[in-house]
Design a protein around this ligand. Structure first.
Ligand SMILES: [Zn+2]
Length: 80
């Protein structure tokens, strides 16, 4: 299974966190917690973008700017 990224917005806020998601045949399913583990999927209202590859997630985060959680974004630039 391929790991992709989802950007999700917290309910009633402009705050966006990034979730890891698993790509399946029928779409992309976000994990239950954001990368920073501060937000649960259940607290999110909209999926801003989903099924993003790492590079696309970086581009999208850069476009949204400060709305996106810094801890989540730093994960995209971390090397393993
Ligand atoms: Zn976050």
């Amino acid at each position: 299974m391929t790991v992709v990224y989802s950007l999700r917005k917290k309910e009633n806020t402009e705050e966006v966190h990034i979730f890891l998601a698993d790509k399946t045949d029928t779409g992309c399913v976000s994990r239950l917690k954001s990368i920073c583990r501060k937000m649960a999927k259940a607290e999110t209202s909209d999926q801003v973008k989903t099924c993003l590859k790492e590079g696309e997630a970086r581009t999208e985060s850069a476009r949204l700017g400060r709305q996106v959680c810094g801890t989540c974004v730093s994960h995209l630039y971390a090397t393993y």
